[in-house]
Write a protein that binds this ligand. Structure first.
Ligand SMILES: Cc1cc2nc3c(=O)[nH]c(=O)nc-3n(C[C@H](O)[C@H](O)[C@H](O)COP(=O)(O)OP(=O)(O)OC[C@H]3O[C@@H](n4cnc5c(N)ncnc54)[C@H](O)[C@@H]3O)c2cc1C
Length: 464
């Protein structure tokens, strides 16, 4: 649960300040809280003990029908879908570019457009996500080879997507910007979403910190695409933590080697473009939300990686290789899964359960199921709309790797292709809810499914 308590303070008596233009609040911040970075505007009477009390007044700098918090694969497609479905949409991202773990994390292969093994006839991820891949193709951004064996050829350049698409992260960043511009999504980069605007349990926008200071941005509906479920958790939605042990998925520092000798053929165990290859680097365990652990992870993995590459360069024939680039930050695989109206179960994934409120399909294997890569014997399991709707919080829709699911199906649906398909649905749902003034919990899923189908999403619905 969120580690701080928030008390709202009415600012209606402030001269010259209209209530709806400012959010007032007194925050008592636990010393160890990792999620907040408040700016005091006046001295407050300090409580004794291990907390520091801040008094805040935060200007509201914009109003949107839909705000998507987080510009990773899922948030990007969610924002495009919301805008394309007619909502005035803002995408807020902490970095200076889009793409999330695919670009910042240098995880340059989108997995899960279809099952990796038979039955794999059905391409389970289509729609706006396929358009985004087509844009990367148009920019010449598809990798030469990758580490994932395929049993059947698929023609990427003609829109038929195989299990995995290896890509150039710089092309992916540009493709994202081109799509955002084309669909009229408003963009706010360099902005950390540090909390929701709240009216009781209703999320009414987000609060972002940036070089411009602390700002509130109002929205009818917020989509939590932070990967970690930051907005939902701070709004008070209950959540599940990562697996305690066993199949818990750790962190890894991805990196890019340059100068691979021309006599080395194939993918060299990574995602290769010319003489450059993205590789999986040193791993690290522990809590991916604990800033002290994250600091240890960055320091440890970066020092190890440097030594590994120097050792590699000493091997005969490998003198030309060098560390071209590391990820912006270590890749965090598993943190919160928010508790929603339905929790997708391990058996749903294994049996391939079909739901009447399907909004996406996940066909990606579970890569770490009891220590092994588990391939489904079906074409994919359904993601129901209810798993995008958090319990106890209104005005908020989940997307990406924080949706409501047990750990095993999470391993599958967290992969970037299904995460983007889920983004397509969350964006359409957010636009529908905002435009119709309908609580996400009460949305007519049939109408959502029709909208998704009209935007070419694959739902295995009978053709009309
Ligand atoms: C090491 C590693 C290897 C992986 N391998 C693969 C693979 O081979 N293929 C595959 O398909 N998937 C792989 N995955 C999984 C996949 O990358 C993620 O599960 C996926 O990116 C989740 O998408 P998302 O959009 O939910 O979250 P993210 O990709 O994490 O995107 C979240 C976005 O939100 C932003 N953000 C976060 N918090 C805030 C905030 N508070 N305010 C503002 N912005 C915020 C982030 O900067 C980011 O842009 C791997 C993951 C890791 C870590």
């Amino acid at each position: 649960m969120a580690e701080y308590q928030k008390k709202r303070r009415a600012s209606k008596n402030k001269p010259g300040i209209r209530r709806r233009d400012f959010i007032g609040g007194v925050l008592t911040v636990a010393a160890a809280s990792a999620l907040s970075s408040q700016r005091p505007v006046s001295a407050a009477k300090q409580p004794s003990g291990n907390t520091y009390r801040e008094v805040l007044e935060t200007p509201i700098v914009g109003r949107y029908q839909v705000i998507v918090a987080g510009g990773g694969p899922s948030g990007l497609i969610a924002a495009l879908a919301a805008a394309r479905s007619g909502a005035k949409t803002l995408l807020v991202e902490r970095y200076g570019f889009l793409g999330g773990n695919g670009t910042a994390g240098l995880m340059t292969c989108y997995n899960g457009f279809r099952n990796q093994r038979p039955p794999e006839q059905l391409q389970t991820v289509k729609g706006i996500t396929a358009e985004y891949i087509a844009e990367i193709v148009r920019l010449g951004g598809i990798a030469d080879s990758d580490n994932y064996a395929r049993q059947f050829p698929h023609d990427v350049r003609n829109g038929e997507l195989p299990y995995c698409i290896g890509f150039d992260p710089e092309a992916a960043k540009i493709a994202a910007l081109n799509m955002i511009k084309k669909d009229g999504v408003n963009l706010r980069l360099h902005s950390w979403v540090v909390g929701p605007m709240l009216r009781d349990s209703q999320v009414t926008g987000v609060i972002a910190e940036s070089k411009s200071g602390r700002q509130a941005i109002a929205a009818d509906i917020v989509v939590d695409a932070t990967g970690d479920g930051d907005v939902a958790a701070q709004a008070g939605a209950p959540f599940m933590g990562p697996a305690e042990k066993g199949d818990r998925m750790g962190m890894s520092l991805m990196y890019r080697l340059g100068g691979l000798p021309t006599n080395i053929e194939g993918s060299y165990g990574g995602i290769r473009i010319g003489d450059r290859v993205v590789k999986w680097g040193p791993g690290f365990g522990g809590d991916g939300l604990d800033v002290e652990n994250l600091t240890r992870a960055e320091v440890g993995t970066r020092l190890n990686l440097w030594d590994e590459i120097q050792d590699l360069r000493k091997k005969p024939g490998m003198e030309s290789v060098y560390l071209l680039e590391t990820a912006t930050g270590i890749g965090v695989r598993e943190t919160r899964r928010i508790l929603g109206e339905y929790v997708v179960t391990e058996q749903d994934a294994i049996k391939g359960t079909r739901f009447p409120d399907v909004i996406a399909i996940s066909s990606n294997p579970m890569p770490s199921y009891h220590g092994k890569r588990f391939f489904f014997g079906h074409e994919g399991f359904d993601i129901p709309y209810r798993s995008l709707v958090p319990k106890k919080v209104e005005g908020l829709i989940l997307t990406g790797r924080c949706i409501s699911s047990e750990q095993a199906p999470f391993q599958s649906a967290r992969s970037m292709a299904p995460a983007m398909a889920i983004g397509h649905a969350s964006g359409c749902a957010a636009a529908m809810a905002a435009k119709g003034n309908i609580p996400p919990r009460k949305l007519d899923v049939k109408v959502l499914q029709n909208l998704l189908s009209s935007q070419k999403a694959e739902l295995r619905m009978p053709a009309k």
